[in-house]
Design a binder for this molecule. Structure first.
Ligand code: PEP
Ligand code: MG
Length: 545
Protein backbone atom coordinates (compact mmCIF):
# COMPACT_ATOMS: atom_id res chain seq x y z
CA UNK A 1 0.00 0.00 0.00
CA UNK A 2 2.83 2.41 0.79
CA UNK A 3 3.55 3.34 -2.81
CA UNK A 4 0.22 5.19 -2.99
CA UNK A 5 0.31 6.74 0.45
CA UNK A 6 0.10 10.53 0.31
CA UNK A 7 2.01 12.69 2.80
CA UNK A 8 4.27 9.79 3.59
CA UNK A 9 7.24 10.30 5.89
CA UNK A 10 9.64 7.44 6.47
CA UNK A 11 12.02 6.44 9.22
CA UNK A 12 13.28 3.42 11.12
CA UNK A 13 10.73 0.66 11.80
CA UNK A 14 11.19 0.65 15.57
CA UNK A 15 8.13 -1.14 16.90
CA UNK A 16 5.60 -3.18 14.94
CA UNK A 17 1.92 -2.37 14.68
CA UNK A 18 -0.29 0.25 13.06
CA UNK A 19 -2.32 3.11 14.54
CA UNK A 20 -4.32 6.09 13.30
CA UNK A 21 -5.06 8.99 15.57
CA UNK A 22 -4.96 12.70 16.36
CA UNK A 23 -1.55 14.35 16.59
CA UNK A 24 0.05 15.54 19.79
CA UNK A 25 3.34 17.37 19.36
CA UNK A 26 5.66 17.12 22.33
CA UNK A 27 8.06 20.07 22.11
CA UNK A 28 9.55 20.83 25.49
CA UNK A 29 11.36 24.14 25.83
CA UNK A 30 15.11 24.07 26.31
CA UNK A 31 16.18 24.63 29.87
CA UNK A 32 17.80 28.03 30.14
CA UNK A 33 19.51 28.65 33.43
CA UNK A 34 19.23 32.29 34.50
CA UNK A 35 22.52 32.31 36.40
CA UNK A 36 25.81 31.40 34.80
CA UNK A 37 27.96 32.05 37.86
CA UNK A 38 27.88 32.17 41.62
CA UNK A 39 29.91 34.07 44.16
CA UNK A 40 32.75 32.50 46.08
CA UNK A 41 30.98 32.55 49.44
CA UNK A 42 27.97 30.72 47.95
CA UNK A 43 29.95 27.60 46.94
CA UNK A 44 29.11 25.50 50.00
CA UNK A 45 25.39 26.36 49.84
CA UNK A 46 25.24 25.67 46.11
CA UNK A 47 26.95 22.30 46.55
CA UNK A 48 24.35 21.43 49.18
CA UNK A 49 21.57 22.56 46.83
CA UNK A 50 23.02 20.36 44.10
CA UNK A 51 23.05 17.35 46.45
CA UNK A 52 19.46 18.11 47.43
CA UNK A 53 18.40 18.26 43.78
CA UNK A 54 20.12 14.93 43.02
CA UNK A 55 18.32 13.35 45.97
CA UNK A 56 14.96 14.75 44.85
CA UNK A 57 15.43 13.46 41.31
CA UNK A 58 16.60 10.05 42.54
CA UNK A 59 13.50 9.89 44.76
CA UNK A 60 11.20 10.64 41.80
CA UNK A 61 13.00 8.13 39.60
CA UNK A 62 12.78 5.46 42.31
CA UNK A 63 9.05 6.09 42.66
CA UNK A 64 8.57 5.73 38.92
CA UNK A 65 10.65 2.52 38.85
CA UNK A 66 8.72 1.13 41.78
CA UNK A 67 5.38 1.95 40.15
CA UNK A 68 6.45 0.22 36.95
CA UNK A 69 7.66 -2.80 38.88
CA UNK A 70 4.35 -3.06 40.73
CA UNK A 71 2.53 -3.11 37.42
CA UNK A 72 4.84 -5.90 36.20
CA UNK A 73 6.95 -3.71 33.88
CA UNK A 74 10.34 -4.90 35.07
CA UNK A 75 12.16 -3.97 31.88
CA UNK A 76 10.95 -0.36 31.85
CA UNK A 77 11.74 -0.08 35.56
CA UNK A 78 15.32 -1.02 34.67
CA UNK A 79 15.65 2.08 32.50
CA UNK A 80 14.91 4.25 35.52
CA UNK A 81 17.29 2.22 37.70
CA UNK A 82 20.01 3.01 35.17
CA UNK A 83 19.09 6.70 35.33
CA UNK A 84 19.38 6.60 39.12
CA UNK A 85 22.89 5.15 38.71
CA UNK A 86 23.76 7.99 36.34
CA UNK A 87 22.40 10.62 38.76
CA UNK A 88 24.42 9.13 41.61
CA UNK A 89 27.54 8.42 39.57
CA UNK A 90 30.54 9.68 41.59
CA UNK A 91 32.40 10.89 38.48
CA UNK A 92 29.43 12.92 37.31
CA UNK A 93 29.06 14.37 40.80
CA UNK A 94 32.75 15.20 41.05
CA UNK A 95 32.59 16.87 37.64
CA UNK A 96 29.74 19.12 38.78
CA UNK A 97 31.37 19.87 42.13
CA UNK A 98 34.60 20.91 40.47
CA UNK A 99 32.75 23.32 38.20
CA UNK A 100 30.78 24.76 41.12
CA UNK A 101 34.03 25.26 43.02
CA UNK A 102 35.16 27.21 39.95
CA UNK A 103 32.09 29.41 40.51
CA UNK A 104 29.78 27.99 37.86
CA UNK A 105 26.13 27.78 38.90
CA UNK A 106 25.16 24.15 39.65
CA UNK A 107 22.40 24.21 37.00
CA UNK A 108 24.87 25.25 34.28
CA UNK A 109 27.44 22.78 35.65
CA UNK A 110 25.12 19.78 35.62
CA UNK A 111 23.90 20.50 32.09
CA UNK A 112 27.53 20.83 30.88
CA UNK A 113 28.70 17.65 32.59
CA UNK A 114 25.62 15.80 31.28
CA UNK A 115 26.42 17.05 27.79
CA UNK A 116 30.05 15.89 28.07
CA UNK A 117 28.92 12.37 28.94
CA UNK A 118 26.16 12.43 26.34
CA UNK A 119 28.72 13.35 23.67
CA UNK A 120 30.93 10.48 24.76
CA UNK A 121 28.02 8.07 24.40
CA UNK A 122 26.77 9.59 21.16
CA UNK A 123 30.18 9.14 19.53
CA UNK A 124 30.16 5.42 20.13
CA UNK A 125 29.45 3.52 16.96
CA UNK A 126 27.47 0.90 18.78
CA UNK A 127 23.89 1.94 18.23
CA UNK A 128 22.78 0.85 21.68
CA UNK A 129 25.46 2.80 23.50
CA UNK A 130 24.94 5.87 21.34
CA UNK A 131 21.29 5.76 22.31
CA UNK A 132 22.27 6.12 26.01
CA UNK A 133 23.24 9.75 25.28
CA UNK A 134 19.58 10.74 25.62
CA UNK A 135 19.41 9.15 29.05
CA UNK A 136 22.34 11.15 30.37
CA UNK A 137 20.87 14.38 28.97
CA UNK A 138 17.51 13.49 30.46
CA UNK A 139 18.95 12.94 33.94
CA UNK A 140 21.04 16.12 33.80
CA UNK A 141 18.09 18.23 32.72
CA UNK A 142 15.90 16.75 35.45
CA UNK A 143 18.50 17.78 38.05
CA UNK A 144 18.86 21.23 36.47
CA UNK A 145 15.05 21.66 36.39
CA UNK A 146 14.92 20.72 40.06
CA UNK A 147 17.62 23.31 40.87
CA UNK A 148 15.71 25.93 38.93
CA UNK A 149 12.46 25.09 40.65
CA UNK A 150 10.68 23.92 37.44
CA UNK A 151 8.71 20.78 36.99
CA UNK A 152 10.42 18.84 34.20
CA UNK A 153 8.38 19.06 31.00
CA UNK A 154 6.07 16.16 30.39
CA UNK A 155 3.11 14.60 28.71
CA UNK A 156 1.28 13.73 31.88
CA UNK A 157 -1.66 16.04 31.17
CA UNK A 158 -2.59 14.40 27.86
CA UNK A 159 -6.15 13.05 27.96
CA UNK A 160 -7.04 12.11 24.37
CA UNK A 161 -5.49 8.96 22.90
CA UNK A 162 -2.98 10.39 20.40
CA UNK A 163 -0.07 9.73 18.11
CA UNK A 164 2.85 11.43 19.82
CA UNK A 165 5.34 13.32 17.66
CA UNK A 166 8.57 14.63 19.10
CA UNK A 167 12.17 15.40 18.24
CA UNK A 168 13.06 12.68 20.74
CA UNK A 169 11.34 11.10 23.70
CA UNK A 170 13.24 10.40 26.90
CA UNK A 171 12.26 7.54 29.22
CA UNK A 172 10.99 10.10 31.72
CA UNK A 173 8.63 11.40 29.00
CA UNK A 174 7.25 8.02 27.95
CA UNK A 175 6.80 6.94 31.55
CA UNK A 176 4.70 10.01 32.34
CA UNK A 177 2.16 9.36 29.59
CA UNK A 178 -1.04 8.04 31.17
CA UNK A 179 -1.80 4.40 30.31
CA UNK A 180 -3.66 3.88 27.04
CA UNK A 181 -3.06 7.44 25.81
CA UNK A 182 -0.11 6.88 23.45
CA UNK A 183 -1.36 5.29 20.23
CA UNK A 184 2.05 5.49 18.54
CA UNK A 185 5.34 7.37 18.65
CA UNK A 186 6.97 9.12 15.72
CA UNK A 187 10.30 10.83 16.44
CA UNK A 188 12.80 12.77 14.36
CA UNK A 189 15.77 11.21 16.16
CA UNK A 190 16.54 7.73 17.36
CA UNK A 191 17.42 4.24 16.23
CA UNK A 192 15.95 0.77 16.84
CA UNK A 193 17.85 0.58 20.10
CA UNK A 194 16.93 4.03 21.45
CA UNK A 195 14.92 3.87 24.60
CA UNK A 196 11.84 5.21 22.89
CA UNK A 197 12.03 2.15 20.64
CA UNK A 198 12.65 -0.24 23.52
CA UNK A 199 9.78 1.32 25.48
CA UNK A 200 7.46 1.24 22.48
CA UNK A 201 8.19 -2.43 21.82
CA UNK A 202 7.62 -3.41 25.39
CA UNK A 203 4.45 -1.27 25.63
CA UNK A 204 3.24 -2.85 22.38
CA UNK A 205 2.92 0.59 20.75
CA UNK A 206 3.86 1.13 17.09
CA UNK A 207 6.82 3.46 16.60
CA UNK A 208 8.72 5.02 13.75
CA UNK A 209 11.93 6.80 14.79
CA UNK A 210 14.76 8.64 13.04
CA UNK A 211 12.39 10.37 10.61
CA UNK A 212 14.61 13.46 10.47
CA UNK A 213 13.43 16.98 9.59
CA UNK A 214 10.49 15.60 7.56
CA UNK A 215 8.70 15.08 10.83
CA UNK A 216 7.92 18.80 10.91
CA UNK A 217 5.52 18.23 8.00
CA UNK A 218 3.34 16.38 10.46
CA UNK A 219 3.35 19.02 13.20
CA UNK A 220 0.42 20.92 11.67
CA UNK A 221 -1.53 17.77 10.79
CA UNK A 222 -4.72 16.71 12.52
CA UNK A 223 -4.33 13.00 12.03
CA UNK A 224 -1.39 10.70 11.44
CA UNK A 225 -1.43 7.03 10.50
CA UNK A 226 1.63 5.08 11.66
CA UNK A 227 2.97 1.77 10.41
CA UNK A 228 5.72 0.82 12.86
CA UNK A 229 6.49 -2.46 11.12
CA UNK A 230 7.15 -0.82 7.77
CA UNK A 231 8.68 2.33 9.26
CA UNK A 232 6.51 5.11 7.91
CA UNK A 233 3.70 7.47 8.80
CA UNK A 234 1.03 9.04 6.60
CA UNK A 235 0.24 12.67 7.39
CA UNK A 236 -3.49 13.52 7.27
CA UNK A 237 -4.34 10.22 5.55
CA UNK A 238 -7.31 10.08 3.15
CA UNK A 239 -10.24 7.73 3.90
CA UNK A 240 -8.82 4.96 1.67
CA UNK A 241 -5.53 4.99 3.54
CA UNK A 242 -7.34 4.93 6.87
CA UNK A 243 -9.41 1.93 5.70
CA UNK A 244 -6.21 0.19 4.57
CA UNK A 245 -4.64 0.77 7.98
CA UNK A 246 -7.72 -0.63 9.69
CA UNK A 247 -7.56 -3.78 7.58
CA UNK A 248 -3.87 -4.14 8.39
CA UNK A 249 -4.64 -3.69 12.08
CA UNK A 250 -7.13 -6.58 11.88
CA UNK A 251 -4.56 -8.80 10.15
CA UNK A 252 -1.96 -7.97 12.82
CA UNK A 253 -4.42 -8.83 15.60
CA UNK A 254 -5.20 -12.14 13.91
CA UNK A 255 -1.53 -12.96 13.47
CA UNK A 256 -0.81 -12.07 17.10
CA UNK A 257 -3.58 -14.37 18.29
CA UNK A 258 -2.37 -17.16 16.02
CA UNK A 259 1.20 -16.82 17.31
CA UNK A 260 0.13 -16.97 20.95
CA UNK A 261 -0.05 -20.79 20.84
CA UNK A 262 3.57 -21.03 19.62
CA UNK A 263 5.08 -19.09 22.51
CA UNK A 264 5.61 -21.99 24.83
CA UNK A 265 5.98 -24.92 22.47
CA UNK A 266 9.24 -26.63 21.56
CA UNK A 267 9.80 -26.11 17.88
CA UNK A 268 10.23 -29.23 15.73
CA UNK A 269 10.29 -29.49 11.97
CA UNK A 270 7.90 -31.89 10.22
CA UNK A 271 10.60 -34.56 10.16
CA UNK A 272 11.26 -34.25 13.87
CA UNK A 273 14.35 -31.99 13.94
CA UNK A 274 14.35 -30.03 17.19
CA UNK A 275 15.30 -26.35 16.82
CA UNK A 276 15.98 -24.34 19.95
CA UNK A 277 14.71 -20.77 19.80
CA UNK A 278 16.43 -18.39 22.22
CA UNK A 279 16.73 -14.70 23.02
CA UNK A 280 19.50 -12.16 22.51
CA UNK A 281 19.87 -10.11 25.68
CA UNK A 282 22.10 -7.33 26.99
CA UNK A 283 21.31 -7.81 30.68
CA UNK A 284 19.29 -9.91 33.09
CA UNK A 285 16.64 -7.17 33.10
CA UNK A 286 15.20 -8.62 29.93
CA UNK A 287 15.10 -12.20 31.25
CA UNK A 288 11.53 -12.25 32.51
CA UNK A 289 10.21 -10.68 29.35
CA UNK A 290 12.19 -13.10 27.17
CA UNK A 291 10.85 -16.10 29.09
CA UNK A 292 7.36 -14.71 28.59
CA UNK A 293 7.92 -14.73 24.83
CA UNK A 294 8.96 -18.37 25.05
CA UNK A 295 12.76 -18.09 25.04
CA UNK A 296 14.38 -21.48 25.51
CA UNK A 297 17.58 -19.88 26.69
CA UNK A 298 19.88 -17.01 25.79
CA UNK A 299 21.74 -17.52 22.53
CA UNK A 300 23.69 -14.29 22.87
CA UNK A 301 24.32 -12.36 26.07
CA UNK A 302 26.03 -9.15 24.89
CA UNK A 303 28.24 -8.39 27.89
CA UNK A 304 29.65 -5.13 26.54
CA UNK A 305 26.72 -3.14 27.95
CA UNK A 306 27.87 -4.08 31.41
CA UNK A 307 31.26 -2.57 30.59
CA UNK A 308 30.10 0.54 28.83
CA UNK A 309 27.27 1.73 31.00
CA UNK A 310 29.63 2.74 33.78
CA UNK A 311 32.58 5.09 33.99
CA UNK A 312 35.06 2.35 35.09
CA UNK A 313 35.60 -1.28 34.16
CA UNK A 314 33.25 -3.54 36.11
CA UNK A 315 35.04 -5.61 38.75
CA UNK A 316 35.11 -9.42 38.68
CA UNK A 317 32.57 -9.32 41.49
CA UNK A 318 30.15 -7.04 39.60
CA UNK A 319 30.42 -9.27 36.55
CA UNK A 320 29.94 -12.41 38.63
CA UNK A 321 26.70 -10.93 40.04
CA UNK A 322 25.43 -10.04 36.56
CA UNK A 323 26.21 -13.46 35.07
CA UNK A 324 24.86 -15.30 38.12
CA UNK A 325 21.63 -13.30 37.93
CA UNK A 326 21.23 -14.25 34.27
CA UNK A 327 22.12 -17.94 34.92
CA UNK A 328 19.62 -18.15 37.75
CA UNK A 329 16.87 -16.43 35.78
CA UNK A 330 17.11 -19.15 33.12
CA UNK A 331 17.70 -22.12 35.47
CA UNK A 332 18.45 -25.20 33.39
CA UNK A 333 18.01 -23.36 30.12
CA UNK A 334 21.35 -22.52 28.44
CA UNK A 335 22.75 -18.98 28.58
CA UNK A 336 25.57 -18.25 26.13
CA UNK A 337 27.76 -15.44 27.39
CA UNK A 338 29.70 -13.68 24.69
CA UNK A 339 33.00 -12.41 26.01
CA UNK A 340 33.64 -8.70 25.67
CA UNK A 341 33.16 -7.41 22.13
CA UNK A 342 34.18 -3.77 22.07
CA UNK A 343 36.52 -2.18 19.61
CA UNK A 344 38.51 0.86 18.63
CA UNK A 345 35.27 2.64 17.76
CA UNK A 346 34.02 2.50 21.34
CA UNK A 347 35.69 4.32 24.16
CA UNK A 348 36.04 1.75 26.89
CA UNK A 349 36.71 3.50 30.18
CA UNK A 350 39.75 1.98 31.83
CA UNK A 351 41.45 0.80 28.62
CA UNK A 352 43.81 2.89 26.54
CA UNK A 353 42.49 2.69 23.01
CA UNK A 354 44.27 3.96 19.94
CA UNK A 355 42.59 6.18 17.35
CA UNK A 356 41.97 3.92 14.39
CA UNK A 357 41.24 4.68 10.79
CA UNK A 358 39.12 1.57 10.27
CA UNK A 359 37.75 0.65 13.67
CA UNK A 360 35.64 -2.22 12.35
CA UNK A 361 38.86 -3.70 10.99
CA UNK A 362 40.72 -2.77 14.11
CA UNK A 363 41.46 -3.73 17.66
CA UNK A 364 38.11 -5.21 18.63
CA UNK A 365 36.57 -8.25 20.24
CA UNK A 366 38.89 -11.13 21.03
CA UNK A 367 41.88 -9.19 19.68
CA UNK A 368 41.66 -6.66 22.49
CA UNK A 369 40.90 -9.31 25.11
CA UNK A 370 43.92 -11.43 24.18
CA UNK A 371 46.15 -8.34 24.40
CA UNK A 372 44.80 -7.10 27.73
CA UNK A 373 44.60 -9.94 30.25
CA UNK A 374 43.54 -7.52 33.00
CA UNK A 375 40.40 -7.00 30.94
CA UNK A 376 39.83 -10.60 29.90
CA UNK A 377 40.69 -12.59 33.00
CA UNK A 378 38.22 -11.02 35.44
CA UNK A 379 35.45 -11.75 32.91
CA UNK A 380 36.51 -15.38 32.46
CA UNK A 381 36.82 -15.85 36.23
CA UNK A 382 33.38 -14.32 36.75
CA UNK A 383 31.88 -16.65 34.12
CA UNK A 384 33.49 -19.74 35.70
CA UNK A 385 32.19 -18.79 39.13
CA UNK A 386 28.68 -17.94 37.90
CA UNK A 387 28.56 -21.25 36.02
CA UNK A 388 27.97 -23.06 39.30
CA UNK A 389 24.52 -21.38 39.43
CA UNK A 390 23.08 -22.41 36.07
CA UNK A 391 23.73 -23.65 32.57
CA UNK A 392 26.35 -21.23 31.25
CA UNK A 393 28.18 -21.48 27.96
CA UNK A 394 30.66 -18.99 26.58
CA UNK A 395 31.70 -17.84 23.13
CA UNK A 396 34.47 -15.65 21.75
CA UNK A 397 33.65 -12.92 19.20
CA UNK A 398 35.56 -11.86 16.07
CA UNK A 399 37.63 -15.03 15.80
CA UNK A 400 39.68 -15.45 12.62
CA UNK A 401 41.64 -18.65 13.26
CA UNK A 402 42.27 -21.60 15.57
CA UNK A 403 45.34 -19.98 17.09
CA UNK A 404 43.18 -17.26 18.68
CA UNK A 405 40.80 -19.90 20.00
CA UNK A 406 43.63 -21.91 21.53
CA UNK A 407 45.11 -18.80 23.18
CA UNK A 408 41.72 -17.76 24.59
CA UNK A 409 41.16 -21.29 25.92
CA UNK A 410 44.60 -21.30 27.56
CA UNK A 411 43.77 -18.11 29.44
CA UNK A 412 40.41 -19.62 30.38
CA UNK A 413 42.09 -22.76 31.78
CA UNK A 414 44.60 -20.58 33.63
CA UNK A 415 41.66 -18.80 35.29
CA UNK A 416 40.07 -22.12 36.22
CA UNK A 417 43.33 -23.33 37.82
CA UNK A 418 43.70 -20.08 39.77
CA UNK A 419 40.14 -20.29 41.04
CA UNK A 420 40.59 -23.91 42.07
CA UNK A 421 43.74 -23.01 43.97
CA UNK A 422 41.82 -20.25 45.70
CA UNK A 423 39.14 -22.79 46.63
CA UNK A 424 36.42 -20.92 44.70
CA UNK A 425 33.40 -22.78 43.40
CA UNK A 426 33.28 -23.07 39.61
CA UNK A 427 31.01 -24.79 37.10
CA UNK A 428 31.56 -26.43 33.74
CA UNK A 429 31.30 -24.12 30.72
CA UNK A 430 30.97 -25.25 27.11
CA UNK A 431 33.13 -23.11 24.84
CA UNK A 432 32.17 -21.94 21.37
CA UNK A 433 32.96 -19.14 18.97
CA UNK A 434 31.01 -16.64 16.96
CA UNK A 435 31.40 -17.08 13.23
CA UNK A 436 31.55 -13.47 12.10
CA UNK A 437 34.46 -13.37 9.69
CA UNK A 438 34.97 -15.18 6.38
CA UNK A 439 38.36 -16.26 7.80
CA UNK A 440 36.65 -18.17 10.60
CA UNK A 441 34.62 -20.06 8.01
CA UNK A 442 37.71 -20.86 5.96
CA UNK A 443 39.37 -22.20 9.12
CA UNK A 444 36.17 -23.79 10.45
CA UNK A 445 37.39 -27.40 10.46
CA UNK A 446 40.48 -26.63 12.49
CA UNK A 447 38.54 -24.35 14.83
CA UNK A 448 35.77 -26.92 15.26
CA UNK A 449 38.23 -29.40 16.75
CA UNK A 450 38.83 -26.92 19.60
CA UNK A 451 35.24 -26.10 20.60
CA UNK A 452 31.69 -27.35 21.24
CA UNK A 453 29.64 -25.02 19.03
CA UNK A 454 29.53 -22.30 16.42
CA UNK A 455 27.15 -19.35 16.63
CA UNK A 456 26.91 -17.48 13.35
CA UNK A 457 26.83 -13.71 13.77
CA UNK A 458 25.38 -12.64 10.45
CA UNK A 459 25.41 -8.93 11.30
CA UNK A 460 29.19 -8.90 11.09
CA UNK A 461 29.60 -11.87 8.76
CA UNK A 462 27.59 -10.01 6.11
CA UNK A 463 29.57 -6.78 6.48
CA UNK A 464 32.95 -8.54 6.33
CA UNK A 465 31.95 -10.78 3.43
CA UNK A 466 30.36 -8.10 1.28
CA UNK A 467 32.72 -5.32 2.41
CA UNK A 468 29.65 -3.26 3.28
CA UNK A 469 29.52 -1.30 6.54
CA UNK A 470 26.54 -2.65 8.51
CA UNK A 471 25.49 0.88 9.53
CA UNK A 472 25.68 2.54 6.11
CA UNK A 473 22.15 3.45 4.96
CA UNK A 474 23.22 3.58 1.28
CA UNK A 475 24.36 -0.02 1.29
CA UNK A 476 21.04 -1.55 2.35
CA UNK A 477 21.06 -3.81 -0.72
CA UNK A 478 24.35 -5.29 0.51
CA UNK A 479 23.26 -5.94 4.06
CA UNK A 480 21.21 -9.12 3.67
CA UNK A 481 22.29 -12.55 4.86
CA UNK A 482 20.49 -14.01 1.84
CA UNK A 483 23.37 -12.95 -0.43
CA UNK A 484 24.71 -16.11 -2.14
CA UNK A 485 28.22 -15.49 -0.80
CA UNK A 486 26.92 -15.36 2.78
CA UNK A 487 24.73 -18.42 2.30
CA UNK A 488 27.76 -20.36 1.05
CA UNK A 489 29.69 -19.39 4.17
CA UNK A 490 26.80 -20.50 6.40
CA UNK A 491 26.63 -23.79 4.54
CA UNK A 492 30.37 -24.34 4.87
CA UNK A 493 30.21 -23.60 8.60
CA UNK A 494 27.48 -26.22 8.99
CA UNK A 495 29.43 -28.75 6.94
CA UNK A 496 32.59 -28.32 9.04
CA UNK A 497 30.53 -28.55 12.24
CA UNK A 498 28.79 -31.73 11.10
CA UNK A 499 32.11 -33.32 10.29
CA UNK A 500 33.49 -32.41 13.72
CA UNK A 501 30.31 -33.42 15.52
CA UNK A 502 29.52 -30.00 17.01
CA UNK A 503 26.32 -27.93 16.77
CA UNK A 504 25.62 -24.64 14.98
CA UNK A 505 23.46 -21.76 16.15
CA UNK A 506 22.80 -18.33 14.74
CA UNK A 507 22.47 -15.13 16.75
CA UNK A 508 22.67 -12.45 14.04
CA UNK A 509 19.50 -10.64 12.93
CA UNK A 510 19.02 -13.16 10.12
CA UNK A 511 18.06 -15.84 12.66
CA UNK A 512 14.62 -14.22 12.97
CA UNK A 513 14.00 -13.90 9.23
CA UNK A 514 10.98 -16.08 8.38
CA UNK A 515 12.12 -16.37 4.75
CA UNK A 516 15.57 -17.56 5.73
CA UNK A 517 14.78 -19.90 8.63
CA UNK A 518 13.82 -22.92 6.45
CA UNK A 519 17.10 -22.61 4.54
CA UNK A 520 19.14 -22.30 7.74
CA UNK A 521 17.49 -25.36 9.23
CA UNK A 522 18.06 -27.32 6.05
CA UNK A 523 21.74 -26.42 6.15
CA UNK A 524 22.03 -27.69 9.72
CA UNK A 525 21.52 -24.73 12.06
CA UNK A 526 19.83 -26.13 15.21
CA UNK A 527 19.59 -23.04 17.42
CA UNK A 528 18.19 -19.63 16.49
CA UNK A 529 18.61 -16.64 18.78
CA UNK A 530 16.84 -13.32 18.31
CA UNK A 531 15.12 -10.38 20.01
CA UNK A 532 12.47 -11.91 22.25
CA UNK A 533 9.26 -10.71 20.52
CA UNK A 534 10.34 -12.51 17.32
CA UNK A 535 10.44 -15.89 19.08
CA UNK A 536 6.81 -17.06 18.57
CA UNK A 537 6.94 -16.32 14.85
CA UNK A 538 10.25 -18.19 14.46
CA UNK A 539 8.81 -21.21 16.30
CA UNK A 540 5.81 -21.15 13.98
CA UNK A 541 8.02 -21.02 10.89
CA UNK A 542 10.09 -23.97 12.17
CA UNK A 543 6.94 -25.98 12.93
CA UNK A 544 5.74 -25.49 9.38
CA UNK A 545 8.94 -26.80 7.75
C1 PEP B 1 26.63 -10.36 14.82
O1 PEP B 1 27.65 -9.82 14.42
O2 PEP B 1 25.82 -10.96 14.06
C2 PEP B 1 26.29 -10.33 16.24
C3 PEP B 1 25.24 -10.99 16.71
O3 PEP B 1 27.05 -9.55 17.05
P1 PEP B 1 26.83 -7.96 17.21
O4 PEP B 1 25.58 -7.61 16.47
O5 PEP B 1 26.76 -7.73 18.67
O6 PEP B 1 28.08 -7.45 16.56
MG1 MG C 1 29.13 -9.12 15.80
Amino acid sequence: MDAEVKGKITGVAASEGVAVGPVFVHAPGELEPERENISEDAVEDELARFQGAVEAVVKKLSETAEGLRESGSEKEAGIFDAQIEMAEDPEVQEGVEERVKNLESPEVAVISVGEEYATLFAEMEDEYMAARADDVRDVASQIAAELMGHEATGLSALETPSVILARSLAPSDTARIPKGIALAFVTAEGSRTSHVSIMARSMGIPAVVGVGPDLEEAFEAETVAVDGGEGYAAVDPDPDTVAEFERKQERIEEEKAALEEYKHVEAHTGDGQRIEVSANLGSAEGAEDALGWGAEGVGLFRTEFLFMERPKLPSEEEQYEAYREMAQAFGEKPVIIRTLDVGGDKDLPGVDQPEEENPFLGWRGIRMCLDVPELFKPQLRAILRAASHGNLKMMFPMIVDAREVRRAKEIFEECRRELEEEGAETGSVEVGIMVETPAAVLCASEIASEISFFSIGTNDLVQYTLAADRGNERLRHLQGADHPAVLKLIEETCRAAREAGIWVGMCGEAAADPELIPKLVEMGVTELSMSAPSIPRAKKVVSEI
